[in-house]
Design a protein around this ligand. Sequence first.
Ligand code: GLN
Length: 191
Amino acid sequence: VAGKQIGILALQGDVSLHAQALAKLGAETRSVKLPSDLKGLHGLIIPGGESTALLKLMKPVGMLDAIKDFAKAGNSIFGTCAGAILLAKDVTHPKQESLNLIDISIKRNGYGRQVDSFEAIGDMNQPLGKGKLPMTFIRAPRIIKIAPGVKILAEHEGEPVLVMQDNILTGTFHPELTDSLTSYEYWLNQI
Ligand code: GLN
């Protein structure tokens, strides 16, 4: 992990808590706002926030294509919540443009209004680990379809909430709001 250069997309949403978590694991982080900021990075975090707003900020500066190229070059991306929505192949409720870098379908605001934010204890699967994983969901999406090549690393009530395909990891919860570094640690070790 030491010496790995990680970028955090810093257009909107939670940036500093991700940076703190990664620093605890020995990674170096910097903010990414423009395509040129991706240079020299080995991994990128796309934080939660509002995916529609993120799209609006990313498009005019060419960030969508830049992130696609970054992934195609073999670099790794971890998208949480709105970040997962941006990385998914298909987005519903409503339909929305996305990067199509992981073969999942995701439904925005999938838990509805009544329980739009909650904390939970989910379950890890190998190779992430064994046992429980704390999760914080905020107006979270739900992964409603996954392709066969996508690994389910964690579940909440039997539903996939942390999934990985090749160099792309997506989680529907906010790991930076929990006291567990497990998801980050696993991701950094894959880079
Ligand atoms: N509901 C948001 C969206 O649809 C995601 C919320 C979040 O990232 N916490 O983009």
